[in-house]
Design a binder for this molecule. Structure first.
Ligand SMILES: [Fe+2]
Length: 478
């Protein structure tokens, strides 16, 4: 049956059956009946005074498509607005989706009992969650559906979907002695979960901005000396970027959003950022190189062998650059992208972008022509990178979720990398294995490439959503 037909079935007389008077609602709340109260008024109006236990809900096209299907059908919903008019219409619409929706007759104008001021939704910022992630007293409750959870999650989180959260057997799985954080893509479902838990006497916090917010957390660790290397990780995605310091100069390789982090580090280290360098045109994250260059008054350097729709300072194979007392040698290492570059600093470190990882290698199929790219990848690895001295330290631009860093450092050496199974294969076997990669491509990768290339303008507020999900730039999904 079409949506419009379903909606027409709930006619004006029928809908009155789903009215709840303010006295009836008061009784239901006194009896602690299992129900969800959605307050549809403006946020400010809600903050000025709402019924205790009501969650502020936005009813727009996005919530209709994304949240409504996730709301359990077996729980009574009561919608609240100013006068009952909009909530009556929304009840009709929700019932057509099979939800047990009702509405407060006459809205808040009919409610003469106590109201609560402010926004009671307790939230935790993604940066604060990162700081306490190892705390055993933390319980991360991911309320997305099982298929969403299996695709991408915060390590250590437990999945009970919003639909299943209302089942008593699931409520009993939630520990009472831990700090509970509810997680979903943007914080909407998690907020409903937090209110549902509160009605069961369980306190919890919503992860602010959800997994999209989580995907923007950056963590910095000093990982090498002489010259100093600071590894900056986008913890929700496993993307790695690096600051290399020599004298009073710093270069940043593959900077991530938000770029303010690098300025903060440069200030702490009392150095000036002079060069921003990307290893390749990224497909899994938006490069912060142009913006960081503007903010720091430095120059962006990128591969002359990729196709760009914007100006830059272009680098070629074999070029040498200096910073402080150090040298950067550019090596063209195609295979992941046509113009991928690796950077050798002082013949001691090599920054390999998405060509060589700690436990894997880059995937060649993000721009199609996988076979041709796989051959190039083989040559880049065997004729170039693996010919570097065995003790050269390799700093890649990603790590996999299962890679455990040694002393919090995500790196390897050429000696260790040579032992990757895939790097012991003949060229023919290598190409066959690499082109058969079945790891799904990163979400939004085409749009991200267009932005990084300069063909599409960047709307900064879109970044968390664009980058949501695993990075998937390696052949194993690393
Ligand atoms: Fe990449």
């Amino acid at each position: 049956m079409r949506f419009k037909d379903k909606l027409n079935m709930i006619d004006q007389n029928n809908i009155k059956k789903f009215e709840v008077t303010s006295d009836e609602l008061y009784d239901l709340l006194q009896k602690k009946e299992s129900l969800l109260l959605f307050d549809l008024r403006l946020q400010e109006t809600y903050n000025a005074g709402h019924i205790n236990g009501a969650v502020h809900a936005v009813c727009d096209v996005r919530t209709k498509d994304t949240i409504m299907p996730k709301i359990p059908k077996n729980i009574k919903l009561i919608l609240i607005d100013d006068d009952g008019i909009m909530s009556e219409e929304t009840t009709k619409m929700m019932r057509s989706f099979g939800l047990d929706a009702h509405y407060l007759q006459g809205g808040m104008k009919s409610w003469h009992k106590e109201v609560i001021e402010g926004n009671p939704t307790a939230t935790i910022k993604p940066d604060d969650l990162w700081k306490k992630l190892q705390n055993p007293k933390l319980f991360l409750l991911d309320v997305r559906d099982a298929d969403e959870f299996s695709d991408f999650k915060i390590p250590g989180s437990v999945n009970i979907s919003l639909k299943d959260l209302f089942k008593p057997e699931n409520i009993s799985k939630i520990p009472k002695d831990k700090e509970i954080v509810t997680v979903c893509p943007h914080g909407n479902r998690a907020m409903v979960a937090t209110f549902a838990l509160a009605r069961n006497g369980i306190k919890s916090n919503v992860l602010e901005g959800g997994l999209a917010g989580w995907s923007q957390v950056l963590n910095a660790v000093k990982v090498a000396e002489n010259p100093t290397v600071i590894q900056v990780e986008k913890v929700g995605k496993g993307c790695l970027s690096h600051i290399v310091i020599s004298g009073d100069e710093a270069i940043v390789i593959d900077p991530l959003y938000p770029p303010e982090k690098y300025l903060e580090i440069a200030k702490q280290e009392n150095v000036k950022i002079t060069k921003i360098i990307d290893t390749h045109q990224h497909a899994d994250h938006v490069s912060a190189a142009p913006e960081l260059a503007n903010m720091s008054g430095s120059l962006v350097y990128e591969s002359n062998l990729e196709v760009w729709d914007r100006t830059s300072n272009f680098l070629d194979d074999g070029q040498i650059m200096t910073f402080g007392t150090s040298k950067i040698r550019v090596i063209h290492t195609p295979g992941h992208t046509p113009g991928s570059l690796s950077y050798v600093v002082n013949e001691k470190y090599v920054f390999t972008g998405d060509i060589l990882f700690i436990e894997s290698i880059g995937r060649p199929d993000l721009r199609d022509n996988a076979e041709e790219f796989a051959e190039q990848l083989y040559n880049s690895l065997h004729s170039k990178l693996l010919n570097l001295p065995l003790d050269t330290i390799v700093f890649p631009t990603h790590h996999g979720i299962f890679v455990i860093p040694e002393n919090r450092v995500y790196s390897t050496t050429i000696e260790k990398a040579k032992k990757h199974n895939v790097l012991t294969l003949s060229k023919e076997e290598f190409v066959k294995q690499v082109v058969s990669v079945t790891v799904p491509r990163p979400m939004n990768y085409q749009k991200i490439i267009q932005i990084n290339k300069g063909s599409m303008p960047l709307v900064k507020t879109d970044i968390p959503d664009l980058e949501l999900g695993p990075n998937r730039c390696s052949i194993t999904g690393e």
